[in-house]
Write a protein that binds this ligand. Sequence first.
Ligand code: FPP
Length: 253
Amino acid sequence: MSNIKHVAIIMDGNGRWATKRYRPRVWGHIRGSAVVSDIVQAADDLGLRALTLYAFSTENWSRPIEEVSTLFRLLKKFLLKEKMRLLANNVQFKVIGEIQNLAPETIALIKELEDETRSNTGLKLTFAFSYGSRSEITRAVNLFQEQNPGKMMNETDLDRYMYRPETGDVDLMIRTGGEQRISNFLLWQLAYAELYFTPTKWPDFTPLEFKKIIENVSYRERRFGNVNSQTGLEDSLMKAESNKSTLFKGVNV
Ligand code: FPP
């Protein structure tokens, strides 16, 4: 069984894919949105616990208006078209990001699908939309301070104040399109993630390549700072804590 449970994807390369075919950039997004449905289905088939997709960043607001409105339209279309399938597949859906900036009708559709899938126990599907990781972290810190005045924040607190804490750390982050950057995506949650960059542009990305990447990465040794890979992140952190207290017993550090 694979140790990869939470996969996050930066779906890059749509614009270049379209331009290469002498089509407008939005054509790439339209083709890319069909791939989203296939990859969600594949994640479900593979038994992943969580899939987080970067669909629109806070920086993407500065793109030409036609492109921005196409991405909004595609989100709306996805919400309407995939609703039945998500419900039938027991998927729990959520959008993370500054969605207050979206059209009221789209916000209502998002809320409706989130509510209807809230008690589902299968794949936790997240769309990062109008999302930026630095802004997520800043928001978490501010919220914590507001609700716990004067209290120091620890790592568990920060985990808990993220948009969707139940999805936990990312095990594998895939970026399509050939660039090798994180682009303000899940900076906190990627701390121990395996990173995989494929030259395939998102509209050409297939469930088969997705499965092969997961298979390939499952064989990588994940040591979480430990010397062997037998332990998971939690075990590794606990062991580190206990070693620290044994080593420094009586030593003032
Ligand atoms: C980056 O490609 C991709 C995006 C900014 C949007 C990703 C969106 C989709 C795949 C479709 C949206 C679908 C739903 C269901 C919301 P880019 O345009 O920056 O590509 P480039 O690097 O080639 O220019």
